[in-house]
Every structure is written in structure tokens, then in C-alpha cells.
Design a protein around this ligand. Structure first.
Ligand code: NAD
Length: 288
């Protein structure tokens, strides 16, 4: 692929960005499918967020992925914000349509596409969701929009608790018929009960992430895992977490956080280019 006068620019904004695999993933696809785009990572500090968003318009950049600490901070500078991104309160993808910038959040879609790739649709199902941070909000919102029947959210009583209550209210407002409840994660018996009557169990906490990858959110409660359960982790480092190993041993269908990460990238790729990203190939080639 030749970079020419017509090549369109895409990018990642946030800080730090040096470790990101996004440039590798997107540029691999552009070369493979001969698409006239190039993708770069831009290290942008929080205080420069407005200038960075303005530059997307000024330079007619096709769009940008947004990472920490800018996911909330970009919102006031955008022309439109998608319903999911509004409910989650965070934008991870900006698309520039002729100078009009729209903010999206593809994390939730990435989660449901990952499940769908393994034959699990959320419509009509019950989920137990552990966590109430950014990833959990995205999952809860998207699953609600896709017609999930019930979500039981469990979180520790930390700083995320008030935010969790507000998130539940926001989702209830958007999807009034959904059954939602917030419980204290320290109530292990209630957690087991909810998991036993669920179709899907998701970990959206940081528990199990390297270097603390010898622990799992299900430690001491492995007996709640049943073969009818689809179990998903948002953690992608390591790809196969202790939680997923426990679920596999119990006969559950498992969905790793790398799948969610790749599918959220694929959704952004679709928004930028209109084309589908070959997720399985990217997984094999770049993340073997
Ligand atoms: P966050 O900081 O917004 O939320 C952290 C959550 O973990 C909160 O609910 C918090 O209460 C909970 N928590 C923290 N310590 C805990 C403990 N000891 N026990 C129980 N709960 C605890 O983080 P986030 O952005 O939501 O990320 C959560 C995880 O999801 C991270 O591992 C992140 O890498 C991953 N993630 C993955 C994707 C993906 O595409 N796969 C996308 C976003 C986030």
C-alpha cells in the first residue's frame, strides 16, 4: 500500500499510547484489503483534549479511537454522542462525517459481538454482571439495548457504588421493561443464587488481571458455575484468566476479554470504513 495525497488519516488519542496494539491492527487490515487509510497513535494530555478534537476537524482526520484519560473529557467538544456513549458517559471512537464529529462507545457492542461469535445472543437472557466501572457500564447498556431480560449487578462497596446506582437508573430510563438490581459483592450466598439462575456470567472488574492473575472473582464459589452458563471475562491480560479456567472446568462456554477487545475494534473499523474486520484472522496473526 502506498501513502498518497488521497490517503485518509485515523488515529488514537490519549496518554500513554505507546503500548497500544491498535496501529498494528488497523494498518494490517488497511494493507491487506488495500484501503487508503493510515492509522497513527497520538500522545495527547488531558489539558490538550479540546485542541486535539479541533485538529480532527481542521485536518479532516476520518476519526480517532479515544483512550484514557480522555474518554469522558472529549464529550463536551463533540457535535453528537451516540445513545450508548451517552448512557455509559464515555466515548472510545470519534467519527468525522464532513466536519461533524460523533462520539461512539464500541465496548458494549464488542462484548455482545464476542458472545454472538460463539452463538450466544443476549436477547431474553438473564445475566449476572460483576463490576460497575467503565467496562461494566458499557456491557449493561448494550445488553439492555439488545433486549436482555434481567441483569443482576454485583460490586464491592467502593467508590464505584454511587456511580453504579446512577448507571442502573440511566439504563432503566432508556429501557423501562428491563429487570435490574444492584447487590453487594460481599453477599456470596446471593451471588451464588443469582448465578445459578443466570444464562450469562460476566467479570467486568480488574480481578484476575496480571500481575495478580492467580486470583479469580469466583474463588471459593466454583460450585455456582453450571454447564448451562456462558462465562465472559473483560480481562485480556492474561487471555485465559483463572476465572475462565474455572468456568471451563465446570463445563461452561467461555468468552475471553481479547475477543471483546478485537470486536470493539472491529466495530470502530466498520464505523470508519464501512467494512468488516476479519477478527479471527487478526486474532491469529497479531495475537498468537
Ligand atoms: P474501572 O476502573 O472503570 O472499574 C473497575 C471495577 O473493578 C469496579 O467495578 C471496581 O469496583 C471493581 N474492583 C476493583 N477492585 C476490586 C476487587 N478487589 N474486588 C472486586 N471488584 C473490584 O475499570 P474498567 O475500565 O471497567 O476495566 C475493568 C477490566 O475490564 C480491566 O481488566 C480492563 O482491562 C478490562 N476492559 C476490557 C475491555 C475489552 O475490550 N476486553 C474493555 C474495557 C475494559
Amino acid at each position: 500500500m502506498q501513502i498518497s495525497g488521497t490517503t485518509k488519516l485515523l488515529g488514537l488519542i490519549g496518554t500513554p499510547v505507546g503500548h497500544s496494539r491498535s496501529p498494528q491492527m488497523y494498518n494490517y487490515c488497511f494493507q491487506k484489503f488495500n484501503q487508503d487509510f493510515v492509522y497513527l497513535a497520538f500522545d495527547v494530555a488531558l489539558e490538550d483534549v479540546g485542541k486535539a478534537v479541533q485538529a480532527i476537524k481542521t485536518l479532516n482526520i476520518r476519526g480517532a479511537n479515544v483512550t484514557m484519560p480522555l474518554k469522558n473529557a472529549v464529550i463536551p467538544f463533540l457535535d453528537h454522542v451516540s445513545m450508548a456513549a451517552q448512557a455509559i458517559g464515555a466515548v472510545n471512537t470519534i467519527v468525522n462525517e464532513g466536519g461533524v464529529l460523533t462520539g461512539h462507545n464500541t465496548d458494549g457492542v464488542g462484548y455482545t459481538l464476542n458472545l454472538k461469535s460463539g452463538g450466544v445472543a443476549v436477547k431474553g437472557k438473564k445475566m449476572t454482571l460483576i463490576g460497575a466501572g467503565g467496562a461494566a457500564s458499557a456491557i449493561m447498556t448494550q445488553c439492555a439495548l439488545e433486549g436482555i431480560r434481567e441483569i443482576s449487578v454485583f460490586n464491592i462497596k467502593d467508590g464505584f457504588w454511587p456511580r453504579a446506582k446512577a448507571n442502573l437508573e440511566a439504563v432503566r430510563k432508556a429501557v423501562p421493561h428491563i429487570k435490574l438490581a444492584l447487590y453487594d459483592l460481599s453477599d456470596k450466598e446471593l451471588l451464588k443464587e443469582e448465578v445459578r439462575s443466570s444464562d450469562i456470567l460476566s467479570n467486568a472488574t480488574r480481578v484476575g488481571m496480571a500481575p495478580h492473575d492467580n486470583i479469580s472473582i469466583a474463588d471459593g464459589m466454583e460450585d455456582m458455575l453450571h454447564s448451562g452458563l456462558a462465562v465472559a471475562d473483560t480481562v485480556y491480560n492474561p487471555v485465559e484468566t483463572k476465572f475462565l479456567m474455572q468456568a471451563r472446568s465446570a463445563g461452561c462456554r467461555i468468552f475471553d476479554g481479547l475477543g471483546m477487545l478485537l470486536f470493539q475494534g472491529a466495530e470502530a473499523y466498520r464505523l470508519y470504513t464501512g467494512a468488516m474486520m476479519p477478527v479471527d484472522e487478526i486474532r491469529n496473526v497479531l495475537y498468537r
